[in-house]
Design a protein around this ligand. Sequence first.
Ligand SMILES: *Cc1c(COP(=O)(O)O)cnc(C)c1O
Length: 384
Amino acid sequence: MAGGDPRVAGGRLTIDLDALVANYRLLAEHSTPAEAAAVVKADAYGLGTAPVVRALTAAGCRRFFVALPEEGLAVRQAAPAAEIYVFNGLFSPEAAAFYREGRLLPVLNSQADLSIWEAHGWDDGEEPRPCALHVETGMNRLGLTAERTRILAQENALTGALTPRLVISHLACADTADHPMNRQQLKSFQVLSALFPESESSLANSAGIFLGGGFLCDMTRPGIALYGGAPVGGVANPMHAVVTAEARIAQLRQVRAGQTVSYGATPVTRDTLVAVAATGYADGYHRAASGAGVPLRRSLAEGAAGFIAGQRVPVIGRVTMDLTLFDVTALGPDTLKVGDFIELFGDNMPIDEVASAAGTIAYELLTALGRRYHRHYLYSGAPA
Ligand SMILES: *Cc1c(COP(=O)(O)O)cnc(C)c1O
């Protein structure tokens, strides 16, 4: 989708596809001997399906996962030869037409999905009704129960009606390496996937890749780590930053001690130089990132910070729809001017830190990125 015109947009997103490719290579290496697919749901976590899929394809990625059939069609346009799986399964027989059109593979999550696919699925040459099967191992979100999986495997052994290409499950606590849930899920998954000896298996998301060993199975499914988010908490992030979000300074103003700023009138206790930046919650800069002392901040004392001229600059007062105030007192009035860009997150402000200051996760900051930013892509690779 078109971004803002760079001459007038309130902010810009720089999306570094070389960093994305470097992250893919690192994850593929950690996945060995399994193959690394790529999760590109929600418009490639907000970064843009087509450029992301083309760069990953050029880097050797052949398999993609999305949440919905229409996302799958967008991936198909960018990657004519890819294998494309759709996590959320089939809602109705009408959905099957989308799968046929895009040669998409549904991840079947329930008995209803199985019935619809058997009746309405497409055939891939010798392979009738190609699909993946999601088995439940602890998330209780999507996936066939262990009991139903066993019945299906028995039926299949007799009729051969539906042989999934891939059997998957999803880890609930992979970012906490020593959580007992990880081992439990792996054990359940090994038992259930073994019922389909002809199918490949896949369990690990980004964090799961760093659990290593048996968690790798035949295929891994990284998402957030491709886009620079930390796969695991509490250790240095091994991934390269992919997205830099910046907002333009619309105005610089001096606020005196005793005055207030923004909605709700947050008191200002010392003379403060404020940079009014042209980004807000309508651009995905969360209102929960508001500055220290704003009453809506209950459990987290500190608000988010931006970065400019070598300095971290805290958000002050409430984040509003189109504007956010930063305390730039430390930089003095002569360093900054209207039109300069404040980094919201990127190389200098780790996205996970900003997310955590807003009480959320990098996934949400990326997928909430608004449409008003000017977007530009850095890429030195050959266009795919
Ligand atoms: C989103 C998703 C992934 C990717 O997870 P990350 O934590 O972003 O790596 C993998 N598998 C499933 C089923 C998902 O829904």
